[in-house]
Write a protein that binds this ligand. Sequence first.
Ligand code: ZN
Length: 324
Amino acid sequence: MLTALVSMWLGGSLMAAAQPAAAEEPLQAVATIGMIGQVADQLGGECVDVTTLMGPGVDPHLYRASARDVTTFQKGDVILYAGYSLEGQLGDVLKHLSATRPTVAVSEDGIEKERLIHVDGGTYSIDPHLWMDVGLWSQTVPVIASTLSEARPDCADGIANNADVYLEQMTALDEWIRGSIATIPESQRILVTAHDAFNYYGRAYGIEVAGIQGVSTETETGVADIRAMTDVVVERGVPAIFIESTINPRTVQAVIDAAERRGQAVSIGGQLYSDAMGEDGTVDGTYLGMLYSNTRHIVEALDGELLPLPEVLNDWVVRWQIDG
Ligand code: ZN
């Protein structure tokens, strides 16, 4: 399938570069995942139309390009993707796009190498779930801002202003998450999820993390994985574990059932957003809302207490009618 798509590009008129947008027309930006599309949207304002390839509930580890995606990419004046093999199945497609338009790996280009988490084996050598640490993800803002500004120099001032505002909001949310997680009783400060998407979250915000499945979702979860996680849950007396919006909750339920057979009651602490944001038009469908919602579920299920949201986020709180 992929080979066929690539040869479509190579063979046909699709190889032609996208025409630069006229000054009055919004720049067309195509982002692979919502967490990137959201930053581009916040920065670009009226100057940029953002299309996101993978919507709510879509698992980027398993995502394969469809014929429709060819058309979507084709519309893009600039392409923004994460890199570090997150969009592993799109590698060839992205490589070919890069010949005809700015195609930028925002995680690879923006984020400090010293702060990457290295993992062993499988598809990944770098854990790609960088958006889980708001402070780290904010390092993609300058690279996205400069990509958009280079394509639309007339919008550069507005993009710079929007970047300042968004960075301030991200910093405030980052501090709020850290403070809220710290209210969870220390023995319960452990986050058990379906797959290993929360290493950066755990490191940034001071909570131990354990995924039933590894960093990628490509391999099957085995009996041994379920048993190992049940041991942790029972030994630590973990009160709640979490399902993820992009992953079948079957393995989480298997751990809960196994723990129950060993006399440990465990509840589902809610659904976390790991690799995709929530529905468009809801607060969970924003990047800040994704992290807010996750933190809220984690803190409430593990007997912590949410701090009041910082004033810098007031506009966002009003916009989404958040009652926290
Ligand atoms: Zn993942």
